[in-house]
Design a binder for this molecule. Structure first.
Ligand code: ATR
Length: 273
């Protein structure tokens, strides 16, 4: 059987094996999917070894997304621009391809699972790290009125602007410049919530009817989503759906069939509680 895996460090708590096994059952694909711990300095070696042992494709998570980008011989345009790869596969000629499915996963979750349109919306993204780079292009493809990237380190947000300017209206600012601005959708892509922290946000940031999205998720509501509800957000969504949707996009790339994500999201949600 074809072998797939997710590489990360740490990796023990990854939900990807459970997600892909459910996808495989649903679509009757004969495959295995396991979590593989690679030493932090040996991702490339671990992946090559996996390919030699019937590995067909892999997902890549923290801290290997940049190394996966470097390792891929052929990149999709969106992975090229994101500078990160979360999905790898080897074709019949032996060429290793790399793509990033995080951004499309986020956009699908917003649009299909939460009924949100991004068109003509004022969108704010908090953070400018690896997690954010991957989602900018798919968001701009939905034609928002504007996309603002706010980051603690202003220069990192500014660096992203010329990379994506051809796709739509994108600008950068520091958190201190958010005062007086309002948004219809605010997406938290900072690592702050991992530490239970919150970027400094003005009280009037959310427009009437605004939605908030945290790329993180957990058993309890995230700090950012608690802030969102307290400041009038009509929806405060966590990143569980994004996780399943990015997996589904990878599964489709590998196997050519699209699994039912909503069933799997509901199962994972139930298991969290
Ligand atoms: P990832 O791949 O998860 O995006 P990263 O590339 O290290 O990780 O980026 C982390 C992001 O979270 C950055 O935007 C970082 O801000 P800086 O660029 O200023 O470092 C942001 N971040 C981390 N901790 C934060 C905090 N306590 N408050 C605000 N932003 C924070």
């Amino acid at each position: 059987t074809d072998r797939y895996a997710v590489f990360g460090n740490p990796i023990a708590h990854s939900k990807s094996p459970a997600i892909h096994q459910r996808f495989a059952e649903q679509t009757q694909q004969a495959l295995t999917y396991e979590a593989l711990l690679a030493p932090v300095d040996q991702f490339a070696e671990s992946f090559q070894q996996f390919l030699q042992q019937q590995g067909r494709g892999a997902n890549v998570t923290v801290p290997f997304k940049q190394e996966a980008f470097a390792l891929a011989e052929q990149l999709t345009p969106r992975a090229q621009r994101a500078g990160a790869v979360n999905t790898l596969w080897q074709d019949a000629q032996g060429v290793v391809h790399g793509d990033t499915t995080d951004g499309i996963g986020l956009v699908r979750d917003l649009i299909h699972n939460h009924n949100l349109s991004l068109k003509d919306k004022r969108i704010l993204i908090l953070g400018a790290g690896g997690a954010v780079r991957g989602v900018i292009e798919p968001i701009l493809a939905e034609h928002p009125a504007q996309l603002v990237i706010a980051n603690r380190t202003l220069s990192k947000a500014q660096e992203l602007v010329p990379l994506f300017a051809e796709f739509g209206s994108i600008s950068a600012c520091g958190f201190d410049e958010l005062e007086g601005q309002q948004f219809d959708l605010v997406i938290n892509g900072t690592a702050a919530s991992l530490a239970g922290e919150l970027p400094p946000l003005p009280d009037q940031l959310l427009a009437q009817g605004a939605a908030c999205y945290d790329m993180m998720y957990g058993k309890a509501q995230t700090v950012f989503n608690r802030w969102a509800v307290a400041h009038g957000a009509v929806q405060a969504i966590d990143g569980l759906g994004m996780l399943v949707e990015q997996a589904a996009e990878a599964f489709q790339i590998w196997r050519g069939v699209k699994p039912n994500t909503q069933l799997v999201i509901a199962e994972l949600r139930a298991a969290l509680n």
